[in-house]
Ligand binder design. Structure first.
Ligand code: XMP
Length: 507
């Protein structure tokens, strides 16, 4: 098959992001297990080997068939993929003297089509302990960093390239240009568009569902709204949307969502008030993973209960994205680590009475927004910030109580109002309430209240993120407003952690 790139998955958090970046270049790419059959690999015009959490020096480290290097296809190895390329072709890989994590400058030491159009010094994103110590025959060094002699390597005769850094993350300043150069080397043509995905997915849903009915949990966020609209496009009124009010929404959230969809007018929507049920189930629970699992389980039980009242409801449509699946430890090759169980993936109970439809499972947030626009959804939905399914339950660290929920709702409304008004370019911002107390002095008296954490990030794909450099005046305004207006909060702090090492949410 022409114009197809296969990405072999060795379990990196960024594996799917590579396919996504290639698709952005207009070329169809697919993530496949690291041991994908050679015969199928032959259909691809180019092959990319992803990074992975393992070290080649460990026993049982994932390997790749040497034969793939003889297929005559251009190959790009990234991080672990680069080390594996060198290792399988007779080079040597060892634990490096110094690990490299984070931004690292490389110096291009030899001209190559993979670096075409780039200046000799480039900022890249590294994340590795092992590194190549001896190159295989036929390979040359293309770039070095202070701690890594083989930051980029190639055997240009066979069009085999290796990069120790990650070109797929936006922290590598010209990562996309490097991937574009690789695609150019492969000769693949730009024939892929999201519109094709829309048509194909609608047809697939029709075929799968036949005459059955589908239930969709609508939260009002981009993912579930786009999922519902997509399924509605495929099967019309046989889609029943259910908005479960778990009681962990932000200030006026449910009312605003209902109003938006009432105006939009197409979907068949019912609101189920289950706040007390969720509160009961979470009483005394402090562990974040347990919270997520209880919430995920209860959501499904409620859908099952409601679906019994609907004729032929055999399917549950969910707005699961690729990022939800990967952070929950679900990778194509089953090799990724669990970071947190998103309520709709790792939080799902093992058995439930539905077959799942997850049309967005291959996509990233900004692709979903684009599909929403193609489907004609209003801007208030397509441009909406992400809000985790478990809501404020994972923004209150530790046990959830009515008192903490009220405090967080009030403080969060101020944070969102002020940052939105400031028009700063920030992709997600909210408040978090830790379950600790701090001493303060308010009105000449000692107080012993909760702190509030402001979290604000800039990102393109939510896989990596920077903390937003908000102006001090803005932070001060937020702090003064919260401590004056929200009785019970006596301190405001700003989270200055990027992702990694933090995650966007605190739980
Ligand atoms: P993390 O915290 O994993 O968040 O860095 C990345 C993005 O995902 C959102 N998020 C969730 N979305 N269900 C969701 O639908 C969840 O359980 C969940 N947890 C995190 C988060 O707000 C951020 O945008």
């Amino acid at each position: 098959m022409k114009n197809l790139v296969y990405v072999l998955d060795f379990g990196s958090q960024y594996s799917h992001l590579i396919t996504r970046r290639i698709r952005e270049l207009g070329v169809y790419a697919e993530l496949v297990p690291h041991n994908f059959p050679l015969k199928k690999l032959q259909q691809a015009q180019a092959i990319i080997l992803s990074g992975g959490p393992q070290n080649l020096s460990e026993r049982g480290a994932l390997r790749v068939s040497k034969a793939i290097f003889k297929l005559g296809r251009p190959i790009l190895g990234i991080c672990y993929g680069q080390q594996l390329t060198a290792f399988e072709l007779g080079g040597e890989v060892r634990a490096g003297k110094t690990s490299e994590y984070g931004p690292m400058e490389i110096k291009i030491t030899k001209a190559s089509p993979i670096f075409q159009g780039l200046r000799p010094k480039q900022m890249t994103w590294m994340s590795h302990g092992d590194q190549i110590t001896v190159l295989p025959a036929g390979f040359v060094t293309l770039a070095q960093s202070a701690n890594c002699r083989y930051a980029a390597i190639a055997d240009e005769n066979y069009k085999i390239y290796g990069l120790q850094f990650h070109p797929e993350v936006t922290n590598t300043e010209n990562g996309q240009k490097i991937l574009a150069n690789f695609i150019k080397i492969s000769g693949a043509q730009k024939t892929w568009q999201l519109k094709d995905f829309l048509e194909k997915t609608t047809a697939d849903i029709k075929k799968k569902v036949k005459k059955d009915t589908v239930v969709c949990g609508l939260s009002g966020g981009v993912d579930s709204s786009v999922t519902a609209t997509l399924v509605h496009k495929a099967i019309g009124q046989r889609l029943h949307c259910i908005l479960v009010n778990h009681g962990f929404g932000r200030l006026n959230e449910i009312e605003e969502i209902v109003e938006t969809f009432r105006k939009y007018g197409k979907l068949n929507l019912r609101v189920i008030d289950a706040a007390l049920e969720f509160q009961d189930a979470l009483r005394g629970v402090t562990d974040p993973e347990q919270k997520r699992k209880i919430i995920g389980g209860l959501f499904i039980r409620i859908f099952e209960r409601e679906a019994k009242k609907i004729k032929n409801a055999k399917w549950l449509a969910q707005g699961t994205l690729y990022t939800d699946a990967i952070t929950s430890g679900v990778s194509v090759g089953g090799t990724a680590a669990v970071i947190k169980s998103h309520h709709n993936v790792g939080g799902l109970p093992k058995k439930f009475g539905f077959k799942l439809i997850e049309p967005l499972r291959e996509l990233y947030k900004d692709e979903v927004r684009q599909i929403g626009r193609l489907l004609g959804l209003p801007k208030s939905i397509t441009e909406r910030q992400p809000f985790p399914g478990p809501g404020l339950a994972v923004r209150i660290i530790g046990e959830i109580t009515e008192e903490k929920l009220d405090l967080l709702r009030a403080a969060d409304a101020i944070v969102r109002e002020e940052i939105s008004k400031s028009r700063e370019s920030v992709q997600q911002y909210f408040a978090v309430l830790p379950s600790i107390h701090a001493v303060g002095v308010q009105g000449d008296a000692r107080t012993y209240g909760y702190p509030i954490i402001i979290r604000a990030i800039t990102t393109t794909d939510y896989m990596t993120a920077h903390w937003a450099k908000l102006p001090h005046e803005l932070l001060e305004r937020i702090s003064v407003r919260i401590t004056n207006k929200v009785r019970g909060i006596n301190r405001v702090v700003y989270d200055i952690t990027s992702k990694p090492p933090g995650t966007v949410e605190w739980e």
